[in-house]
Structures are given as C-alpha cells and as structure tokens.
Write a protein that binds this ligand. Sequence first.
Ligand code: 6R9
Length: 648
Amino acid sequence: MTQQQVYPVNETFKKRALIDRAQYDAMYAESIRDPDAFWGKHGKRLDWMKPYTKVKNTTYDYDNLSIKWYEDGELNAAANCLDRHLEKRGDKTALIFEGDEPSVSRHVSYRELHEEVSKFANVLKSLGVNKGDVVTIYMPMIVETAVAMLACARIGAIHSVVFGGFSPEALGARIENGKSRFVITADEGVRGGRKIPLKANVDKSLEGSNVPAVDSVVVVTRTHADIDWKDGRDVRYEELMKDASSDCPPEPMNAEDPLFMLYTSGSTGTPKGVLHTTGGYLVYTSMTHEYVFDYQENDVYWCTADFGWITGHSYILYGPLVNGATTVIFEGVPNYPDASRFGQVVDKHRINVLYTAPTAVRALMAQGDDCMAGTTRDSLHILGTVGEPINPEAWEWYHRVIGNSNCPIVDTWWQTETGGILITPLPGATDLKPGSATLPFFGIQPAVVDSDGNVLEGKTEGNLVILDSWPGQMRTIFGDHERFKQTYFSTYKGTYFTGDGVRRDEDGYYWITGRVDDVLNVSGHRLGTAEVESALVSHDKVAEAAVVGYPHEIKGQGIYVYVTLVGGAEPTEELRQELVQTVRQEIGPLASPDVIQWAPGLPKTRSGKIMRRILRKIAANEHDQLGDTSTLADPGVVDELIEHRAFQ
Ligand code: 6R9
C-alpha cells in the first residue's frame, strides 16, 4: 500500500473557518470535562418557551437506563425552524426546490414557509390530528414534504416518514406498527424521469387486514395523475389549504416529548421505530450542522439525501432551518438527465456545501472525469459524505474532480439512532485522511472494545461503542423499550453499542470498517438480512434462504442470496426472477437481490445455526480464507457452494 496521504487543513478555508484546531481541542476537552456546563451553554442556541434548569440526566447503567436532556424545558421545533427567523430573515430563502426536470426550481422564503406550515398545521387539526398522534408521511422530495413534517412538529404530532421507495407491504407494516391514523402522500412522485405511484401504493398498503383504520389520507397534487379516490377518507391538500387560516400558535412541547419516529433496519426482526425527542435533538443537529459544515449566514447548503432517511431529517430540514440556512430540496437523481446534474445544480444555485453519499460519488466516478464537463462548481467550499465508508479512491476523485482540489471533505459517521453526526472532521480544524471519519464531535466519547467488552487503548481495532450520552441520541424504540435496551445497551454493558467495527490509528483517527452485525448497507441504505430472508421464504418454493453482503463497486455492498428450494422445485431462471420480484414487493426495489445462488444445503453448526461468516467469504470470492470450519455439521455443503458459486 502506498503511504497514507494526509490533507492538511485547507489554508484558504482556514481564514473563514469558525473553529481551528486549538479551539476544537479546547471545546472538546470542555465538553467531556463538564457536559452540564457545555450543553447548558449550547442549549441556548434554541428559543425556549420555558427555559430549562436541568441539562443532562442520563445513565447507561442497564437496569436504570435513562436518557433525558433539558428535561424541564419547553419549546417547539417548528417555531425554532421558522418563527424566530421571521424578523431578521423573513425574506431570506429557506428552501430551494430543484425539480426532477432541470428547468423547474423555486425559492420559498422563511415567511412563505411559515405561512404554509401554519396553514397546514390548522388543516391537520381540522382532520382531527392531536398532539402525540403519529402521522405517516410517504412523499417525494418536494416542498410539501417539509411543510408536512414541520406542520406535525408545530402541533406536537409525531411524524413518521416512510421512504417513497418502500413497497406497499413495507409501508403498511410501518403504519400498523406506529398505529398511525393519518397518511400524507402525493398522487405520484417523479424521479429520474420515472413516475412512482405513491397514492396507489398507499391504497394497497391500507388493504392489509392488520393495518388499523386510517381516518384520512391527504393527497398532494404533484403530477395530476388519475388516481383512485376513497370518499370520506381521501382529501386533497390544495383544497384544504385554500381556506385554512395561517394563524396557528406553536404548541409548547416538553424537551423530552417525541418529535418524530423513523423506521430503520436492525440485525434481527422487523424494522424498528427509532424515536427522537425535541430539545436535545434540535440542539445537537443544529450545532453539528453549524460546525461540521462551517455554516455561516449566506451559505447555500445542499444535502442530496431523501426525507425518508435520517440524513434528510437532520441535515436537510431541522439542523439547517434551526440555523436559518438556505437548504436545497432535490427531487431528482445524480444521473438525470445526465451525469453532470450535480455540477449543474451546484452552478445554478451557487451552492457552497455539497453533502452526499459515497455511492453517488462512485457512480459518477465510474462515468469518468468528463461527467462534470460544462460545469465549474466554483462556488463550492466544503464537500461532505455520509452513509457508508468511502474508499480512498472515491474520496480522492470527489476531492479532485467535484471539488476542484479546493474543498475540505467532511466524512461524517453517524446513524439513525444517533440523531446527528458523531465522528467527523471540522473543516477548519482537522487534517484529513481519505477514508477516515477522523475525530469525535464535541461531547462524544467513542471507545474501541474487543468481543469481551474490554476497552482497548491506542492504535487498535475492534467494535465501536460510545461511553456516554449526547443530546441527539434516540430515546427508545417506539412501543418496545425492552428491545431498545437489549439492542443497544446489553452487548457491552454500560456503553451504547453502534453495531460498527472500527480501527483507530496512531493519531487517534477513527476508520469505520462497516457493520459487525447482520445489517447490510446497500448504496448507503440500511437493510437487515433477516428482513430480506423473511421476504424470500414467503415464496412457497423457498425452503430456506440466507442473505449476506458482498463488496460491490458502486453500491458499496451488494445483496447475495443463497436459496434452498423445497423438494421438487426446479431452479429456473423464471423462478429467479420471481424471487427478485417477491423481495421488491415485500420491501421495495432497494432490497433487490443482486445475486441468487441455488444452495442444496447451507453451512450450519451442529446446533443448526447458519454460518454466515462462511457464506460471506464465498460471496466475496475469498473461499481460500474460510477460517475455522471445524464446527460445521456437514463440511461437504461448503465445497458444493464454492463449486457452484454464482457469477456476479
Ligand atoms: C446517517 C446514516 C448507519 C450506518 C452506520 C455505518 C454506516 C454511516 C458512515 C458510515 C462509514 C461513514 N455509516 N456513515 N460508515 N463512514 N461516514 O447513514 O444512518 O442509515 O442509520 O446508517 O451507516 O455502518 O452504522 P443509517
């Protein structure tokens, strides 16, 4: 391997940066030494209706587990995103909508957004939505999605955004789990020139017998498509908004009242509803947004995520709006109409910060340097990545081609559960190493533990845990607090277990090596192997299925499936297609298997446990490194699988 390249803090950037290395060191030390004082001070960045007198009240002690921040304070999230900016920033652009078609864009000022949100909050009330109710949002990337989320926050309803790429089945399961009686959707979504039948999917999702009676489905008109209509349940957004009053005082919420839930995949079972509360989440997301992206008043900021993921919640909506920023909502995809789209959008809106996923960078890189031809990207001053490890080659390409060798890259490590960024460079403070998320943000104490939970010091490798709470941390799994404790706090007692592997180098830099549990990361999207397996075995010709990830050049990880058929079933190409369809139907296109291998048998221990470690090696074409196979019940199974390894 070549010598690890280090990129010292960019000299031009240093001049404007909010935080230099000495300040980072001092603030970090302060945040660890006295978290109460530190977060007490920084909590004041929000507008509180009732100021807090308590700051941190948390313990990771398993039997007494409790996480509370600012617990006696009251505030409203929408008021912090909107009302408090009206005086100084009323005419400032809050949202820039960039449509799927490059000819379509629109600016929405803070004043306009405030008005729209207040009206829709009143609409929700008139539909019977109360404080504490769960509202499901299944929408494309349009302005009304932001309006819907903020309107929920304004009246104290809990939004549950479901990514528009999930299937009706997956949507129905989330509506059911959240006991949600309200759904907000659009007639259709549009992405990369293709239509997505959102309303039809909602209709299908509500046919399931387990889904509770949904009172209202609000439909935003995006394409004017011809859709089915259920009188008494379905209502048009535009019609309700016509007469709605824009006077809707924000509901005072306790800091620990829920703001939203968001489903994410774990290593076992069905997706879990990660619950975030109001005060700590807003302090943490706005503060990380400010310092990680060195956000200053006139910056134009673009995060390319979708509202359906945590990155869309924290770093398109809440963090930036609390800071009074101009934030972009992009409806499209990086390669439509062609691969220069990111560059085109950056130039069009003079974007300063671009925050995207490694998979997007790799997809563009595969098109060659020319893909940015015709664009200058000269307004950019920071690049960011999130969602999965970025390989140094992609990092270098991002830096050189998109950033004209002139922009620091912040590789931000975090999770749905963490609410905001935990490990990251600060662009004016941290020397960069391509592929490393570098150092902890203020208040974050990462540690590396071995499989017995011993904390390892210095240069080392192991499992990543966090030793103490931070304000943006999730508080529970909706409806299942036991599972919350079990999943995150039982593996290494007294710590929050992230599920990620990590290496720490001689400079104390963290290098995330990927999940150490059965969670896949496909194009930055989290999927549980168990979910995909359960979709596969729902097909009547499948006796058993095992799913693993394998290295994929663009997606980071691809989905490799081993399927054992029931006796008498023929392994045909047609069946292969059917199985892919089954997974798409049960979960969504994002879970489509890349490779299906017919497996007469699966490698199991004598107690019947599938040895995924071996399946991963075979999928990765590393069958010369199978490791210990002595516990296998039938070693012959492995030879058979290797011999008939599927071609990728
Ligand atoms: C924000 C988000 C979380 C998982 C996480 C890890 C991976 C995220 C990363 C990264 C390496 C980074 N991950 N950022 N791995 N470097 N900068 O993506 O949340 O969808 O919950 O995924 O993504 O494995 O545990 P989420």
